[in-house]
Design a protein around this ligand. Sequence first.
Ligand SMILES: [Zn+2]
Length: 663
Amino acid sequence: MIRYRGVAYYPEFWPEDRWDEDIRLMREAHINLVRIGEFAWTPMEPAEGRFDLGWLHRIIEKMGAAGIEVMLCTPTATPPAWLTKACPDTLLVTREGKRAVHGGRRHYCPTSATYRRHVERITERLASEFSRYPNVTSWQIDNELGPESGECYCESCASGFRGWLERRYGNLERLNAAWQTRFWSVVYTDWAEIDIRHCEAGYPSIDLDVRRFHSDSWVDFAAHQAGILRRLHPGSTVTTNMMGPVFRWIDYHDLAKVVDVACDDLYFDMATMSGDALAADVFRCLKPGKRFWVTETGSASLVTGKPPHADQLRAWAFSSAARGSDAHVIFRWRTCLAGQEQDLQGIIETSGKPRRRYAAVKRLFEELEDLVPALGSLPLPKADVALVHTYDSHWAWQSTRIGGQVKELEHLYAVHELLFDRNVLVDPVPTDRDLSPYKLVVLPSVCIVRPETVAALQAFVRAGGVVLATPQLASRDVNNNYVPRCAPDGLTDLFGLRVEGKAFLDDASEPDRAIWFPKGNMVLETAHARFEDGTACEARAYVEDLELVGAKALARFTDNLYEGCPAATVNEAGKGAAFYAASYLDADGLGSLLDLALQRAGIAPGPRTPKWVEVVRRGDVTFAVNHSREPCTVEIPGREAVVGEWKKGKARLGAYGVCAVRG
Ligand SMILES: [Zn+2]
């Protein structure tokens, strides 16, 4: 159960004579962790080499005296004006050649050697000076790394990209072969001809490498600081606050290797919970076997302006705790008077008064603290289902013209939501993870499957595992080019089918498209399919023409180009089975296929619950959380209630209610 109850605190923004009152209120609210220093480079170093760290010493000492641990943040997301003025080469340059200006955040270039030198100076200074405090126990690198102000295309990045390519391919012959540059005569004859600013436009293989390079640049930027912090403050927890459920721009599987704990800034959605549950599942699996931290979450809505019900805060905390979180850090202590996030509500008001949000947080944190003895040592929840997500495939989709049409990420969310609705816990994992702990592996539009994964999937199914794949599986090579064979490449025997053809279902909404593909000819707005049990569904965006070589059809298209052709299949292989969907089936269709795969894998769904009521088992405790206003009753077997109302196997959940049952 959650160990850290925290808050982001910006003491530099408030008069020092207010600090004691803030700390008193924090203590009363059972807060035991504060994040400090984020964005405070100018207060820390008002001019180059002139450090003013007295205020930071004083607040850290005060927190220590109050028994509050500190996560000290490096302030590198916001370089001071004196720095960017003296060294404009530290600022990022847009693809159009426009240099960023002072006043935003994360507007620096992550590959700039000048910026790295300044980053090293401030990080070394902070680590040397503050590692001696026993209550400084963790470090946050930067803040929400990534291209918030856009990716950088400066000279440093341009030459960095060429170096990255030279290391990857060795020579231009191999690069041209990998990118298949003969199309439109793109072929490169000199490394200097490769310009990151222009080369990838519309070329999927090049675009994928540009994305890989940008991601590697951010990971390297984080690794630089992590190295300094570990050297100067051994034993501390080094991390960075990431974002989820699925961050598009940095390969978080790589970034997770740089940090000690996976941290998510998880602003729970007011309307739907499955995306937030997916975020929790993703972050639980970034560092296998380790609990994750929620390093930022709101105590009010960011988007709708609607204040959450006080108990909604509690439901969110229990949901992430059930899924493996170990820290719940609210952003932020006091609503700021000014700045870009002026209207982002803190726990206490601009006036400094603790009101309703403070009372709700205090009540929640008191309960979480009380539950530590009973639930503090629960093991992580164990999932029977793996949901494969790789940045190779994700970026491949983003790099293609059809990516926007297929909406691969929405498809991943849809698969997760179907499993969330069935109260089946899922581990989102990359393909190099050991699959043997799972009974079912779902591959949603994983278009790039590396040879080692092909072998792992074959071994998994032969040993009795079940896989379920959706369209475009293994249709591209590692360079984002289609394979010159029938997909799924290397897996046709396992799935008992060959993808012999394909068609995109265009909505014909763009006039030029309608001219090229007149309606009634190749343009298919939506196809339909029917399962053997009569379940009818829509097939969206894309359909495949399957030739079955051993697989059995479970559903067939009922109209349009592929009328009568298989829309969903299963193939028995070894002791296991492989299911396949030949289109993006709607919730009815994909849900039917998922149910068949779950059944074949011997996975019983969790208790039936109304929409937005989740049940998660962690160790010997089952959590039930109601994210809706409608009260309900859920059947949960067990021995005794640890939280909430539970009697004779039935949990009663009020609006946003929570129940935890042992046994
Ligand atoms: Zn740059």
